[in-house]
Design a protein. Structure first.
Length: 274
């Protein structure tokens, strides 16, 4: 989910190991559509498909045509624009679906933080990045210096922390975890779930953390000025955002209010501005 707009992204070949097939579900919330990522080691027979996307036969057929033999489908999280077509696609390709949330697993294997997926020389490392949702994962592809972030970091705009399943404290922790990887040069680029590739992971993650700090300051200011509930905060803080996106903004504001009510905002505010 996004709250941003900009230049159109069309997917295609990325690096030496990826093809991004763009789903035909563009909207203000999904940007140009969901990015379905097909990962394969050069010269290898089998691939891994990340986020097959919506249940759209044309899209799933394009993914199948590019993917060849699929070892596994993996999900960054369970939102329908990423996962709805996963079981149908996996049945078609004769493989399983792996996810953190067991409700989305098809077959016998789920996923967990710290796991390493190896397929014909391809190495994919699982990084738990909760916050957008409780089941959000990112996948580091060391050979490319890339991280696939699903909706945790987008190619354009900012993501929604989807209260009540999403939680802002966890989300900020995930951004810090990814920034630490970028500072250590374990990741250099971001391959998001929506929008274009971000070539400078460290810059993008720093921008995301600053944006969250600014939003929290705006929420505090709105409350100090007399806003009594989340809807009043949205009208003040998101006045420059199209009103059609306010329901999504409401989810983020509710998460921010919970975060501030717990006192987390005071404890972490200084680190957010780093």
């Amino acid at each position: 989910m996004s709250l941003g707009e900009g230049q159109r992204w069309r997917g295609g070949h990325v690096g030496e190991r990826a093809v991004c097939v763009l789903a035909p579900n563009s909207s203000p919330m999904t940007l140009d559509g969901t990015n379905t990522w097909i990962l394969r080691e050069p010269g290898a027979r089998r691939s891994v498909v990340v986020d097959p996307g919506p249940l759209d036969e044309g899209h799933l057929s394009r993914v199948a045509d590019n993917a060849g033999e699929v070892h596994a489908v993996v999900l960054t999280h369970g939102h329908a624009d990423h996962s709805e077509g996963a079981h149908v696609f996996a049945e078609r390709m004769g493989c399983g679906v792996r996810a953190l949330d067991p409700n989305f697993v098809y077959g016998s294997e789920g996923l967990h933080d710290g796991e390493v997926i190896e397929v014909d020389g391809l190495e994919l490392r699982v990084v738990g990045t909760p916050g957008h949702t409780s089941d959000s994962l990112s996948f580091v592809l060391p050979a490319e210096g890339a991280v696939l972030t699903g909706d945790t970091v987008l190619g354009r705009g900012s993501t929604v922390v989807a209260h009540p399943d999403g939680e802002l404290g966890a989300y900020l922790g995930s951004l810090h975890r990814l920034r630490d990887l970028a500072e250590a040069e374990a990741i250099k680029t971001i391959w998001p779930g929506h929008g274009p590739v971000l070539d400078n992971a460290l810059l993008a993650l720093g921008s995301y953390l600053r944006h969250r700090a600014e939003r929290l300051d705006q929420v505090r200011a709105a409350m100090a000025a007399g806003a009594n509930d989340a809807s009043e905060v949205v009208r003040t803080v998101y006045a420059d955002v199209d009103a059609s996106l306010w329901p999504a903004a409401m989810l983020s504001v509710q998460a921010q209010l919970v975060y501030l009510a717990q006192g987390s905002g005071l404890r972490r505010n200084s680190s957010l501005h780093e």
